[in-house]
Design a binder for this molecule. Structure first.
Ligand SMILES: NC(=O)C1=CN([C@@H]2O[C@H](COP(=O)(O)OP(=O)(O)OC[C@H]3O[C@@H](n4cnc5c(N)ncnc54)[C@H](O)[C@@H]3O)[C@@H](O)[C@H]2O)C=CC1
Ligand SMILES: CC(C)CC(=O)C(=O)O
Ligand SMILES: [Mg+2]
Length: 351
């Protein structure tokens, strides 16, 4: 039986993870769950965001399903030494799993154009895959400090880090529209010039059938929301990918629609791209779609169950049309939306 480590986390995390588990229990009833406190919840219980017991559990998991971590701007967690904060736990989890490739699909499904704030002709058919490097760049460089006079972080990329993420992007493009846009800031940064050089080298030696172009991150921030159809696969470094993918949530219409899969050589990590949404936590109105779709990605990538994943995708699509959540202008709360998804899944079984 595949073992799934479940980390609900903080804020809306427990609400949206509960929905995803309800859905998984219908389409993959044999999965085994091992739930652990993580992030702020773990800090409050054990004094650290990612305990040794949780580290041990994820090491032995087939996949990890995460809600979200972190608190509001004025949270007591933000006054702790940085290595003891929820976000440090998340970075440590990604590192422990070795998940260097964060796949963040931005999709406007057919019939969902009306949920997008974009003009229908722009929203129609949007299908961009952001491949975000997840274990390098400013988030991870060991050289970092803060003192009375300055704060310092560095963006550094090594050859093997660019090489492996470029391969993921080119391979993904081969199964899609065969085009990769590498996003950087090579007009200013040496690290980006290096990134660009390595991406070109990987293409020339291994993926010459895939079209490659380069764009600067500032211009992509504009073009992604004004001309999304120019993109197939976007490959970029950690910080740029973090920001661009939240921006990409404008295309389908909500952060609550944006799933992700983080992959390396071992177990995958599946989480919505959004955070713990402290402003709506505990109100029962969070959109669980991103987490449910992340669970579908888990079935696809880690558990090799594409049919179960397809069932979830189809039910979500119908549920979003029939009973949209509040962030999309509808009236469904987390539970009502989840019940709609479950009902639709049951109908597909009996059909
Ligand atoms: N992977 C993770 O666990 C991440 C954690 N964070 C942490 O989350 C905390 C809050 O960060 P914010 O900057 O406020 O970003 P956020 O992504 O939590 O929220 C931004 C806005 O989107 C809304 N939103 C997010 N998810 C939603 C959903 N499923 N349904 C409906 N509305 C949704 C929120 O209500 C809020 O207005 C911080 O502590 C931050 O560090 C932020 C990003 C990722
Ligand atoms: C909270 C950060 C560690 C990361 C983040 O914003 C993300 O991965 O989307
Ligand atoms: Mg983010």
């Amino acid at each position: 039986m595949p073992k799934i480590v479940v980390l609900p986390g903080d804020g809306i995390g427990p609400e949206i993870v509960a929905s995803a588990i309800e859905v998984l229990k219908v389409v993959a009833p044999d999965l085994e769950y091992d739930e652990h406190k993580f992030g702020g919840a773990s800090i409050d219980a054990y004094g650290e965001p990612f305990t040794a017991a949780t580290q041990e559990a994820v090491k032995n998991a087939d996949a990890v399903l995460l809600g979200s971590i972190g608190g509001a701007q004025d949270s007591h967690w933000n006054t702790l030494p940085r290595h003891l904060r929820p976000e440090s736990g998340l970075l440590a989890l990604r590192k422990a799993l070795g998940v260097y490739a964060n796949l963040r699909p931005i999709k406007v499904y057919e019939g969902m154009e009306h949920l997008s704030p974009l003009k229908p002709e722009l929203a129609r058919g949007v299908d961009v895959l952001v491949v975000r490097e997840l274990l390098g760049g400013v988030y991870f460089d060991p050289e970092r400090w803060i003192n009375e006079m300055e704060g310092f972080n560095a963006m550094r990329y090594k050859k093997h880090e660019v090489e492996r993420i470029a391969r993921v992007a080119f391979k993904a493009a081969q199964g899609r529209r065969n085009k990769v846009t590498s996003v950087d800031k090579a007009n200013v940064l040496e690290v980006s010039e290096f990134w660009r050089r390595e991406v070109v080298r990987v293409r020339e030696s291994e993926y010459s059938d895939v079209a490659l172009n380069h764009e600067y991150v500032d211009s992509v921030a504009m073009l992604l929301v004004t001309n999304p159809s120019r993109y197939d696969v976007i490959v970029t470094e950690n910080l740029f990918g973090d920001i661009l993918s939240d921006l990409g949530a404008v295309l389908p219409g909500s952060l609550g629609l944006m799933p992700s899969a983080s992959l390396g050589d071992g177990a995958g990590l599946y989480e919505p791209i959004h955070g713990s949404a402290p402003d709506i936590a505990g109100q029962g109105i969070a959109n669980p779609t991103a987490t449910i779709l992340s669970a579908a990605l888990m079935l696809r990538y880690s558990l090799n169950r594409p049919e179960a994943a397809d069932r979830i995708d189809a039910a979500i699509l119908r549920a979003l049309n029939e009973n949209p959540t509040k962030d999309l202008g509808g009236s469904a709360g987390t539970q009502e939306f989840t019940q709609t998804v479950l009902q639709l899944l049951k109908e597909t079984v009996s059909a």
